[in-house]
Structures are given as structure tokens and as C-alpha cells.
Design a protein around this ligand. Structure first.
Ligand code: SAH
Length: 214
């Protein structure tokens, strides 16, 4: 498990690099976004451990390695428009905001969305649009998206999300199959879906019309 004191501690980066996170831009984003600001007071010391941590409403902020791996797998560039499902604490959205021009993030729990909006505002991040609602149906108004990241575990790839992914686009999504979770990288080529299992995962459930029912 990755374990460091704070983002300025060089061991953060070393540990991530040794686990295969080598994208310079991703490492830079992880260095400049203060992860401890997204974690509740009594848990701040654990901000940089590898484990997911509670953020209220029975939800969790993903461990730093998982955030790093998923972000790297998106192969982002500055011009990308990205949709995130599962705002949670807002940490992943903050990381994405430093790597691309516009980020849309959907959260079903109003309270979490408002709290995340507040934290990002205080960090002076202004290229993230917060949407409250069911992310399993996506957000047609701004589709298509060059990249989609789902940060809750789904029973399969929601069709509506695949439909809103650009041609040549990439979606990163944890899927639960026969009781175990894995992170998949999905690519859309000539309208077809190509998927690749990259790592085991430990996410809360994606609940909604095209996700789990509870
Ligand atoms: N990306 C977050 C971690 C997400 S935890 C972070 O950086 O902190 C997963 C989040 O997905 C939870 O907040 C949960 O409420 C949300 N979620 C679950 N189902 C959802 C749905 N259908 N639409 C939008 N958000 C959903």
C-alpha cells in the first residue's frame, strides 16, 4: 500500500512511479492538488495512504494510487472535454481540472456535490461544472465527451455513457463481475467497444437507472 505524509513528500511520487504511474503531467497534478483538503479532519493524516477513506453518506474518496492509475489511463491532453460520474469529495475532479480544459462531474448526493463545489472554489478551480443527478444516464447537453471516468462500480458499461463518448474516445470504469471488481479501459473505435482489464478495484456502487438498483 502506498503511504506518505503529504504531496510534497517525494516518496509519494517514488511509490507511484514504482507502481507504473510515470506520466509527468499526472504526477504534477497529484503534487499540486492538496489531497488533505478533501478528507475530513480526523482522517487528514491518512490522506496519502493507499486506502479509500470515508467522506460521509457512506461514500469514499479513492486511494491515491487508484486515482493516479485511472487518470493516467485516460491519456488526457489539454483540449479534452471530460465527464466524471461520481464527484464524491471532488478530488478526482480537481486532478482532472489541472489536466484538461473542461470537466463535467455528476453526483447523485446533493450534499457531496455542494461540498465539493465549495472546496474547488476555495482552491480557485473554475473549469469544473457540477451536476446533481443520476450519472448512469450521462449528461446529453454537453455530449459527446472525449473522455469519461466513472468512479463508482457498475454492473456493466452503461449504454448511455458509451453513446456519449466521442469516436476515438476512452472511458475508464470499474466493473463488478461475479463478486469481484476490476478497472476497465474502454475504447470506442468505429463505434465499437474494445475493453481491457487493468487492475483490481474497491469502489462503492454506482446506483441509478443504468447501474445497480441499490
Ligand atoms: N471521485 C470521487 C470518489 C467517488 S466515490 C472522489 O474523488 O472523491 C463514488 C461516488 O459516486 C459517491 O459519491 C456516490 O454518491 C456517487 N454515485 C454513485 N452512483 C452515482 C450515480 N448514478 N450518479 C452520480 N453519482 C453516483
Amino acid at each position: 500500500m502506498v503511504n506518505f505524509k503529504n504531496s510534497a513528500d517525494g516518496t509519494v511520487e517514488q511509490a507511484l512511479v514504482s507502481k507504473g504511474v510515470t506520466d509527468k503531467n499526472v504526477l504534477y497534478a497529484l503534487r499540486i492538488v492538496p489531497r488533505e483538503k478533501f478528507v475530513e479532519e480526523p482522517l487528514k493524516e491518512l490522506s496519502y495512504t493507499g486506502a479509500p477513506l470515508p467522506i460521509g453518506h457512506n461514500q469514499t474518496i479513492s486511494g491515491i494510487y487508484t486515482v493516479a492509475l485511472m487518470t493516467q489511463s485516460l491519456c488526457l491532453n489539454k483540449s479534452h472535454k471530460i465527464l466524471e460520474i461520481g464527484t464524491g469529495s471532488g478530488y478526482q475532479a480537481a486532478i482532472l481540472s489541472t489536466l484538461c480544459t473542461s470537466v463535467f462531474t455528476i453526483e447523485r448526493i446533493r450534499d457531496l456535490s455542494l461540498k465539493a463545489r465549495d472546496i474547488l472554489g476555495k482552491l480557485n478551480i473554475h473549469n469544473v461544472t457540477f451536476i446533481i443527478g443520476d450519472g448512469t444516464i450521462g449528461f446529453k447537453e454537453y455530449a459527446p465527451y472525449d473522455r469519461i471516468i466513472v468512479t463508482a462500480c457498475s454492473p456493466d458499461v452503461p449504454e448511455a455513457l458509451f453513446a456519449q463518448l466521442s469516436e476515438g474516445g476512452i472511458m475508464v470504469i470499474p466493473l463488478e463481475m461475479s463478486g469481484s471488481q476490476n478497472i476497465f479501459v474502454i475504447e470506442k473505435k468505429n463505434g465499437k467497444m474494445y475493453s481491457n482489464n487493468i487492475a483490481p478495484a474497491n469502489f462503492v456502487r454506482l446506483i441509478g437507472k443504468n447501474g445497480f438498483k441499490s
